[in-house]
Design a protein around this ligand. Sequence first.
Ligand SMILES: Nc1ncnc2c1ncn2[C@@H]1O[C@H](COP(=O)(O)OP(=O)(O)OP(=O)(O)O)[C@@H](O)[C@H]1O
Length: 237
Amino acid sequence: MLQIEHLTKTYGEKKAVDDLSLHILPGEIYGFIGHNGAGKTTTLKSVAGILRFDAGEIRIGGTSIRTDPLACKRKLAYIPDNPDLYDYMTGIQYLNFIANIFGVSAADRQVRIRELAERFELTNDLAQPIAAYSHGMKQKLAIISAWLHAPQLVVMDEPFVGLDPKAAHLLKGMMRELCDRGGAIFFSTHVLEVAEKLCDKVAILRAGKLIRSGTMDEVKGDDSLEEVFLELEGETC
Ligand SMILES: Nc1ncnc2c1ncn2[C@@H]1O[C@H](COP(=O)(O)OP(=O)(O)OP(=O)(O)O)[C@@H](O)[C@H]1O
């Protein structure tokens, strides 16, 4: 579903991502962890096709994000860590705007918006301008908009930040549902307990380099993910 091959991205002199290779298969929830500044957001933005990288290749369903970004973007959805939505639009205007961009039919969008807004208890707020939404409400709207075009791959940067426990539980269920239908999820998190429970596979990034990846059992063995992560981080001290 997602192939990252030898991805390298520098900002000036700073190598933010250094020769990163990762493969994510259909059906997998793949967690991406690492310290602040490790290069997670840079990687996720490169996968989403909103950041040019210096070297390497990224393919989504076999299609290169470099050579055919539009085809890739049709297959994926990206939720940034701090969704910057259009404050002057109402929630429903925003969802229709996104549905128009992705060419979602009137019938499909109606069903999906109704169902997802009900699930996230956002139905009564859709007529409000986004400027009046709390951080968590914006996060919910961003999640609904991401799911609108039935993406095959969902890429998320710290998706649980700002969500209340019920919404977080809902999102976890939606992630699993999407993977059960043959999709895949790639997301970053600092909440290692969530990663440990939710993810099929995990990758640990340190200073732009992949230092561990594999199934959750391969990566953590009999320890907790937190113990393994802290041990690996300690090796740099
Ligand atoms: N636009 C930019 N210009 C210059 N340097 C940048 C830019 N964006 C990120 N960086 C640098 O690249 C490195 C990786 O940043 P990135 O945001 O990818 O890390 P992260 O793992 O997502 O961190 P966090 O967990 O804090 O969100 C950091 O050293 C950061 O300072």
